[in-house]
Design a protein around this ligand. Structure first.
Ligand code: SAM
Ligand code: SF4
Length: 342
């Protein structure tokens, strides 16, 4: 794979990314693979069909598209998936995109399940990554194994340790699941505060078919917050990560608690992001099927066609998602979160 340095496009003075609702788009999420070494029950079905490798964007194509977004005003890129660190050339991509940090890009970051983090933490830091999100739905080995269908929590904890030793700031992502890990949320926040990490809680979203009905595991974060306030001194925080989370400062610590509650607190009015899948589809909304095909654009018409397709996607970006996790509602879209990039 050719990863030779290419000239970084100069930021344009026009052509900025503004969607049909007037929202400025500054954040690109890239799903570098739809594959994963875990099978979290709320995310994937046990048996999944993954994309054939021939359908994937080459690293060079991802990099060119990402560079185009930065030239047009994107300041933050997150590598995600699937599990980004299972793609063989993921670190080459991180190094390539890392060259834009400080040269148009404010932040290159990553969301990972942590299973391979111990091997890659230092290289991520060397590539210019400063903060990462690590998903950890339970610190209890048995519960972790159950939720992920076979994961080993020790690998993730080692990965977190390695990341911090490499100087990366780690935020923990935890999807709240009724009857599974909801009772563990206060202990997770205690641990995060002790370890000086931030914790973000996430409501389960109806994306793709899984075994069972997500409604059975849905926990509204409004009730979680009420319960946490009985135990922790939580003060609203104005921190803006450019994301959908609402933040709270945890008294007596430097920890921030984030709540991503698409069901109980819609945040679409401030949405600033779009998502590129590993096969080159650009989705302007996690909860809708509208997309443009950047793989076809870059192969058939080069960057000019990419620009045109991006503009079309932004013009059609829906005002909001229509998630519903009431019993029997089913997925809002057939795509799993792992395809679009969480
Ligand atoms: N594999 C990596 C990981 O687990 O961190 C990155 C991809 S994963 C799709 C990104 C985030 O989405 C994780 O924090 C995961 O817990 C979350 N997630 C996956 N499916 C979800 C769903 N249906 N609803 C809410 N969050 C979900
Ligand atoms: Fe894999 Fe992440 Fe989905 Fe879990 S949440 S199955 S780790 S992509």
């Amino acid at each position: 794979m050719d990863v030779a340095p290419a000239p970084i496009p100069r930021p344009l003075t026009d052509g900025r990314l503004v969607d049909g609702q007037g929202r400025a788009i500054r954040y690109l999420r890239i799903s570098v693979t739809d594959r994963c070494d875990l099978r979290c029950r709320y995310c994937m079905a046990e048996e999944m069909t993954f994309l054939p490798r021939s359908a994937l964007l080459a690293l060079e194509e991802i990099a060119l598209i990402a560079e185009r977004f930065v030239a047009r005003g994107v300041t933050k890129i997150r590598l995600t998936g699937g599990e980004p660190l299972v793609r063989r050339d993921a670190m080459d991509l991180a190094r390539r995109l890392g060259r834009m940090v400080g040269a148009g890009l404010d932040e290159l970051t990553l969301t990972t399940n942590g299973t391979r983090l111990a091997d890659h933490a230092q290289a991520l830091a060397d590539a210019g990554v400063q903060r990462i999100n690590v998903s950890l739905d339970s610190r209890d080995p048995e519960l972790f194994r159950f939720v992920t269908r076979h994961g080993d929590v020790a690998q993730v904890l080692n990965g977190i340790e390695a990341a911090r030793a490499a100087g990366l700031r780690v935020k923990i992502n935890m999807v709240a699941l009724k009857g599974l890990n909801d009772a563990e949320i206060p202990a997770m926040l205690d641990w995060a505060a002790q370890e000086d990490m931030d914790l973000t809680l996430i409501e389960t979203m109806p994306l793709g078919r899984i075994e069972g009905d997500r409604a059975d595991r849905f926990v509204p974060l409004t009730t979680v917050l009420d319960a946490l306030r009985q135990r922790f001194d939580l003060a609203p925080d104005r921190h803006d990560s450019g994301g959908p989370a609402r933040y709270w400062r945890v008294g007596g610590s430097g920890t921030r608690l984030g709540l991503i509650s698409p069901l109980t607190g819609n945040f679409c009015a401030t949405c600033n992001r779009v998502r590129l899948t590993t096969e080159g589809k650009l989705y302007s909304c996690l909860g809708h099927d509208d997309h443009v095909d950047l793989r076809a654009a870059i192969r058939d018409g080069g960057l000019a066609a990419v620009d045109e397709a991006i503009d079309a996607a932004l013009g059609a970006k829906p005002a909001r998602h229509e998630f519903d996790v009431t019993r029997g509602a089913g997925p809002a879209v057939a795509r799993h979160m792992s395809v679009t990039g969480g």
